[in-house]
Design a protein around this ligand. Sequence first.
Ligand code: SAH
Ligand code: SF4
Length: 365
Amino acid sequence: MANPWDHPAPEIGPVPRPNAAGLGRVSLRTLAQNLGEPAWRGDQLFAGLYRQRWTDWQAFSPLSKGFRERLAAQVDLTWPAIIQSEPSADASTKHVFALEDRCQIEGVHMPYGDRTTLCLSSQVGCAMGCTFCATGQMGIIRNLSSAEILGQVMAMVLHHQHPVEKPLNLVFMGMGEPLHNLNHVMEAFETLTDTEGLAIPPRRITVSTSGLGTGIERLGAFPRRPRLALSLNGTTDEHRSKIMPVNRVWNLAALADGLSRFPLQAGERITLEYVLLKGITDSLEDGRRLIAFARRFPSKINLIPFNVHEGSGFEPPEESRVGALCRLLSDAGLTVSVRRSRGQDVAGACGQLVRQGQGRPPKLP
Ligand code: SAH
Ligand code: SF4
């Protein structure tokens, strides 16, 4: 009988090279040490990547020639690839990024006069299953690493040659539920806010959640953290549970309670995002209940007319209704803005471009 062990050894592919792009300060120090350099050289790598935005090891002028050569020979410096860019008539650009495993995610670059806002993804897909959301319909594929979260920022900053002095705002309102990936979001937050790197002030970073009670509590416990936005999108438990299954676990009363206890800094407010779905969430009674909810804690309201996508089964509200609700809320003394979903002509709401293509990596043969 043939020896069952007597078969050719499986072929093992080359060990992947480490990629420095997206690493935080501590990992870069370790990387420097692994290449025979003192740990503080990692801080020079950090400043080179995030402050100088160098994309080639040869550009790292503070490092010795020998170290640069070792880096070039052994370590990649590769940001996520932008594989599709859809500029919109309103000057925003929606990008599709290909990750190392060929999963795809979306990010949006939105230049406003004196500042630019970047909309970021936190996951490939999303587990929350909100019925109106294209990402929700994909299901969850995986969490993004902190390097992939940071990679979206750096890839867009480099692509658009974002001037160093121009303020950047970041919103986690792309694909995914950031509080389901809080560890990696907070790891990225540390690098994004580091004053020797991109130096983005924490108050310019907003995490938007569908309402994970435990995640909100965990976020509130960080001494340095991003701001919080809640996707309310419904004003009765009955309606909200129908479009956002998470409401069956943390209902409106639990959310209002959790948000009233959220430790806000002076002047800080929680943003309430409210998607207007024609005939479902856009009645004037909804408006009145929204006022009552919003008064429970310091808040501001962002009305978002539904961004239509194929097969969703929902419709955007009448323009006149958007105006009426806006007036109702502002007459009640609340701060209210209407998000004219940017990039509507290029499948603007999150998850729509990727779903047209592929969220998942292609199956192996
Ligand atoms: N998962 C997080 C963040 C990503 S979704 C969250 O739900 O908050 C970002 C925002 O886009 C949410 O407020 C969500 O309600 C909204 N949204 C999703 N699909 C939309 C669509 N088709 N039109 C308008 N807003 C949408
Ligand atoms: Fe996920 Fe947010 Fe979409 Fe809901 S709205 S499915 S939480 S991305």
